[in-house]
Design a protein around this ligand. Structure first.
Ligand SMILES: Nc1ncnc2c1ncn2[C@@H]1O[C@H](COP(=O)(O)OP(=O)(O)O)[C@@H](O)[C@H]1O
Ligand SMILES: [Mg+2]
Length: 288
């Protein structure tokens, strides 16, 4: 049984108005425990609408969301449980910081779960460590931090609920390359340390190729391609047909091959690229 699953999930915004918009159409996805799922797709393909269903924030127009096999809308208790078991971090989460101190902001989620003060503190400190929130920030106002720092505090707030599944909608959007790399590294570190299931929405093929164990490609409100990084990025024609592309590093190897170099083209991450270039240099006697 999948940990989290959608069945025929359909969602319509503005039903009965001139702005009616079908954002999801019979979308079926399935997530297993411990996976790091990357969701990619063009703007407007339904990624944010999809993830907002997974913790019960949006209610399906039709179809179901099953968590551990149970419909999250089967009862009030099931919906409430899904809120805490599935932690959702919105795009630009720093706009939702509102407490007077960083500590209180990170503690907001665990406090709502009804934990004791001591437990709340434990959760806050563990989450702060994952995202590199320093101790001397704790009593600061979140509004005195930089944009990247605020983002980390906001992500820590969701991690602090210690959800079974952590979902992040475009966690690196709007950050500079160093900030992006840092956020992605934090998430990978969180997943490796806790072994928890993570889902990341991103339009960066490069970021997804680096960390995902499973990739779901969304187009017009439904998944059109699902599989490992390898199987999804091998399918470059399909990706291009839905307005996406293979990672930049893959494009470089495709160009090298086209220029007559004897290189592999199934290269999707920087570490694979490094290995392949070293092999090539060795073959040519360029390494001592
Ligand atoms: N609050 C909303 N009201 C009406 N339409 C919306 C709303 N949010 C999203 N949409 C529409 O639903 C579709 C899917 O949007 P979204 O889930 O945000 O896609 P993505 O996250 O992949 O960019 C888009 O056509 C978008 O314009
Ligand atoms: Mg979105």
């Amino acid at each position: 049984m999948a940990l989290l699953e959608t069945q025929n999930l359909t969602y319509v915004y503005g039903e009965g108005t001139p702005f009616r918009m079908t954002a999801l159409q019979n979308a079926d996805i399935s997530v297993e425990k411990g996976e790091l799922v990357g969701i990619i797709g063009h703007t407007g393909s339904g990624k944010s609408t999809l993830v907002q269903h997974l913790n019960g924030l949006l209610k399906p127009t039709s179809g179901k969301v099953l968590l551990n096999g149970e419909d999250i809308h089967a009862s009030k208790a099931a919906t409430r449980a899904a809120r805490f078991k599935v932690g959702l971090c919105f795009q630009y989460p720093e706009y939702q910081l509102f407490e007077s101190t960083v500590y209180k902001d990170i503690a907001f989620g665990p406090r709502n779960m009804g934990l004791s003060e001591a437990q709340i503190k434990e959760h806050v400190l563990r989450a702060a460590e994952f995202v590199g929130v320093k101790n001397d920030w704790m009593e600061k106002s979140p509004f005195d931090l930089s944009g990247g720092e605020k983002r980390r505090v906001a992500i820590a707030g969701v991690m602090a609920m210690e959800p079974e599944i952590l979902i992040l909608d475009e966690p690196a959007a709007g950050l500079d390359p160093r900030g992006r790399a840092r956020v992605m590294q934090m998430i990978e570190n969180y997943r490796l340390t806790t072994g928890k299931t993570v889902m990341i929405v991103s339009h960066s093929m490069d970021d997804i190729a680096e960390i995902a164990s499973k990739v779901i490609v969304m187009c017009h409100g439904a998944p059109v391609l699902t599989g490992t990084v390898q199987t999804v990025f091998e399918n470059s024609e399909k990706l291009v047909s839905v307005g996406l592309d293979v990672p930049q590093i893959t494009r470089i190897f495709l160009r090298l091959k086209a220029a007559g170099e004897n290189v592999r083209t199934d290269i999707y991450t920087l570490s694979e690229a490094r290995r392949e270039l070293l092999r090539l240099m060795q073959e040519r006697g360029m390494l001592q």
